[in-house]
Design a protein around this ligand. Structure first.
Ligand code: XLS
Ligand code: NI
Ligand code: NI
Length: 437
């Protein structure tokens, strides 16, 4: 008996349905703005929170007790990894989402050496390849977990110990190879413990240079093996390190530019990380878009009161609508996707909680996306922007940008310039958005 055996594949039943395990708004095949909804939203399930996480928190141990978890599972580590894999693909069949994502450590047990871990990993990758062959599911991205095991406690690429840097490089190579083999569309690097706890023991300039070299090796290796997916860095300001080097989108762009990688690497932005950085999600998306490095999203948010990375499934349509509005303005999710890097609450024990969490999140995203699309098609916000900046359309304004301070000074002194404050109309624009969400 499988973990999800009593749950049938979800169907779209429309907004009036009272079936708890059905889609009310997400209709994968519905064509909107010239594309199937599935192809706009590009949903992905995160293997780690859904299958590897056991429901622990800093005050207590596992609550979930899945058949593949250590405490409750049968057989060897590899036996349990296979049971977990079967359960994962059973859930993918139920949800029918087009993508999933993994860290190496989510899918394979750690062995007692690098070579042993790699053997486990390759065995599981073979099994994943088989399962993917008979299904319509793709890998949105693969990544390496270089933050859980104690060897990574002082960082991976930024570790003071060159042996750890080496272990990290070899690990990322294997994860990139597997991602390439499974035809992954992106490869992600979230800077787990690439940061510091105290400057008393940290040579920041050296660590940043090492991180720059490491990322350059990632890009070189991508080209060497002919991986055509996008390399994505995922910003986060703190947690687990007190200070993470990839603080936010703007910080990451500065880093990429310093090491000459801004044409090679894009960003995977996560709503919860934006919140931790004191930003809105749309701020991060608009920043990345303005700098030409928008790539993909992790659509999981934090609790606004608790102050840590709670990784909740999205459940706020107006927020999601603004997120997709800015994504659509940036050209949509091209090779990126909407990954649910999200976990259940610790008390949500049941298989159907996991299905309902994803179904609800997909519905919230579909509603937000439709609202965003309606705003784009109506054009109200775009028209308001065009009007607000209309002064810059004049030849004089454009010429000014090409001139210099003295020329501008002369024009202002002559009395030709007379600034008149205008309303920013924020309430009217907020009311406008409210008509769509
Ligand atoms: C942690 C990150 C992580 C990345 C993948 O906060 O969100 O889950 O998405 O390593
Ligand atoms: Ni996160
Ligand atoms: Ni994430």
């Amino acid at each position: 008996m499988g973990f999800f055996d009593d749950i049938a594949p979800l169907r779209y039943e429309g907004p009036e349905s009272d079936n708890a395990l059905a889609f009310r708004h997400y209709n994968p095949d519905e064509v909107i703005a010239g594309k199937r909804m599935e192809d706009h939203l590009r949903f992905a399930v995160a293997y780690w929170h859904s299958f590897a996480w056991e429901g622990g928190d800093p005050f207590g141990g596992p609550t979930f007790q899945r058949p593949w978890h250590l405490q409750t599972g049968m057989g060897s580590d590899m036996d349990r990894a296979r049971v977990k894999l079967d359960a994962a693909f059973d859930m993918f069949d139920i949800l029918g989402q087009p993508y999933f994502c993994w860290h190496d450590a989510d899918i394979r047990p750690e062995g007692d050496s690098f070579a042993a871990s790699l053997r486990n990993f390759q065995t599981i990758i073979d099994l994943i390849e088989d399962k993917m062959a008979s299904r319509r599911i793709g890998l949105l991205w693969g990544t390496a977990n270089m933050f859980s095991h104690r060897r990574w406690m002082s960082g991976a690429a930024t570790n003071p110990d060159p042996d750890v840097f080496a272990y990290a490089a070899a690990t990322v190579k294997t994860c990139m190879d597997a991602t390439h083999r499974l035809r992954g569309e992106n490869y992600v690097l979230w800077g787990g413990r690439e940061g510091y706890e105290t400057l008393l023991n940290t040579d920041m300039a050296r660590e940043l240079d090492h991180l720059g070299r490491f990322l350059t090796m990632v890009v070189d290796y991508k080209h060497k093996i002919g991986f055509t997916g996008t390399i994505l860095v995922e910003p986060k300001p703190q947690e687990p390190s007190k200070h993470q080097y990839d603080f936010d989108a703007a910080t990451c762009f500065g880093f990429l530019q310093k090491y000459g990688l801004e044409g090679e690497v894009k960003l995977n932005l996560e709503q919860g990380h934006a919140i931790l950085a004191g930003h809105s999600f749309e701020h991060e998306i608009a920043t990345a878009a303005a700098l030409g490095v928008f790539g993909s999203i992790d659509m999981n948010r934090n609790d606004y009161q608790s102050g840590w990375d709670t990784d909740q499934f999205p459940n706020n349509v107006p927020e999601v609508a603004l997120t997709y509005y800015h994504i659509l303005r940036a050209g949509g999710l091209t090779s990126g996707g909407t990954n649910f890097d999200a976990k259940l609450r610790r008390q949500s024990l049941d298989a159907r909680d996991l299905i309902a969490a994803h179904a609800g999140a997909m519905d919230v995203c579909a509603r937000g996306f439709k609202a965003a699309l309606a705003m784009i098609e109506d054009g109200g916000l775009e028209a308001a922007l065009a009007d607000r900046y209309a002064g810059w359309d004049s030849p004089e304004a454009q010429a000014m940008l090409q001139s210099d301070f003295d020329t501008i000074f002369d024009r202002v002194l002559s009395g030709a310039v007379d600034p008149q404050p205008r309303s920013g109309a924020q309430e009217r624009l907020e009311n406008y958005v409210n008509r769509f969400v």
